[in-house]
Design a protein around this ligand. Structure first.
Ligand code: NAD
Length: 372
């Protein structure tokens, strides 16, 4: 089990000197996890008790500002298992039919939606209507139109909408972003993002367009899209894209197997990226400037994230991504903290607009202009 002790053991002494993930200007992340905490806690229910929901629940056991207190699931046996494992009271358990009643539950502050992609839209809107804070997995929705409707519903309900961009809190990633912001790479002109894995079971929801909204791009290619933006530090203004399909039986109409895409940025940088469901060992970012470079491999897996720059190895401590993500999101929701890289609905909407444009570019063979 991922206990708080396990989590802390991952910190090296060097972590004590790191200001990166400080929760206040004077605290380091290591100190935060060492010292007793008596402040407010975000009480979270997880919706969708699948493989990633399970990972988040385990990681949350080491959180200080976020606590798992409820579940929403369509499988009664999973609910009983989770109740026993995480000491969840029956009054905090819901299914997909009755979860609107969470509105009347004073013991739950937020719901974290971790279900198949196409379900996020309706589920997030229902949670917002119930007046609860929302955390939603990536991709936030299956297109920009639905993403905008989710943002509007949360704005109307006066609740926050955050999206599970765990890399935005990852120490080595933040170190590269710091270096870029301080000009250590000089003028950045190129990024390469390779995101992919060989997908197994052909019957899973990820290969069902109704549930996934697409193929590799929705699931894994989005890491290169989002990574291109946070590594270069700008939003793209155009996109071109090409699709390759070697297995039309497994990857049916609307489910992309492999897409190569290129993004153009206002400062002159270009990104060249690959998204695929048919090749492994693809988890690599490379950023090139006229004074230096950063390369990360693995760049977006659960870690440890490894990499180097022209100045040497990246040496930030490994953290359990989902633990830090949930503590940081609790700070955003409870005390209005501003993260170094945004994790809100507007941030996720930009990725959805780029995905829409990539699919359009594949279909038309044309360069598509972007206004993010
Ligand atoms: P999963 O298949 O393991 O779990 C999905 C859960 O949703 C299951 O418990 C399933 O029972 C439930 N569900 C509810 N309604 C369903 C329906 N109509 N059809 C199928 N399942 C239904 O999937 P997962 O890997 O946990 O992915 C869930 C979400 O989390 C996806 O949006 C995915 O992109 C995201 N995810 C994010 C990360 C990350 O690192 N941020 C990693 C993995 C998955």
């Amino acid at each position: 089990m991922n206990t708080r002790r396990d989590f802390l053991q991952k910190f090296t002494f060097s972590a004590l000197a790191l200001p990166l993930l400080s929760f206040t200007s004077s605290e380091t992340i290591a100190n935060f996890y060492k010292e007793p905490y008596e402040g407010p806690v975000l009480r979270v229910a997880i919706m969708g008790l699948g493989s990633y929901g399970t990972r988040v629940a385990e990681a949350m056991q080491s959180c200080k500002m976020a606590k798992l207190v409820g579940v929403i699931s369509g499988t009664p046996s999973k609910i009983t298992d989770w109740q026993a494992k995480y000491n969840i009271p029956a009054k905090n358990c819901y299914n997909y039919e009755n979860f609107d009643a969470i509105k009347n539950n004073k013991d739950i502050d937020a719901v974290y939606v971790i279900t198949p992609n196409s379900l996020h839209h309706d589920q997030v809107i229902r949670i917002a209507k119930a007046g609860k804070q929302v955390i939603c997995e990536k991709p936030m929705a299956i297109n920009a139109k639905e993403g905008q409707e989710m943002i509007d519903a949360c704005t109307k309900a006066k609740v926050k909408l955050l999206v599970g961009y765990r890399m935005h809190f990852e120490p080595n990633t933040l170190e590269v972003i710091r270096m870029r912001n301080e000009g250590e790479f000089g003028k950045v002109l190129f990024f390469q993002g390779l995101s992919g894995f060989r997908i197994g079971d052909p019957t899973q929801w990820r290969l069902n367009k109704q549930l996934s909204g697409g193929g590799s791009m929705m699931d894994i290619g989005i890491y290169s899209i989002n990574g291109a933006r946070y590594m270069i530090g700008e939003d793209p203004i155009w996109v071109t894209a090409q699709e390759t399909k070697t297995d039309p039986v497994k990857f049916k109409e609307g489910v992309d197997e492999t897409i190569q895409f290129q993004l153009g940025f206002p400062g002159g940088a270009v990104a060249s990226c690959l998204s695929t469901y048919s090749m492994s060992n693809l988890d690599r970012f490379f950023l090139n400037g006229d004074k230096g470079f950063a390369e990360m491999q693995p760049s977006t897996g659960y870690g440890p994230i490894k990499g180097r720059t022209h100045k040497g190895e990246l040496t930030q401590p490994h953290v359990t991504h989902q633990t830090v993500q949930m503590d940081e999101m609790a700070a955003i929701i409870l005390s209005g903290k501003t993260p170094i890289v945004a994790v809100d609905g507007q941030e996720a909407l930009k990725d959805l607009k780029i995905i829409d444009a990539i699919y359009l570019a594949v279909k038309t063979g044309q360069k598509v202009q972007l206004k993010l």
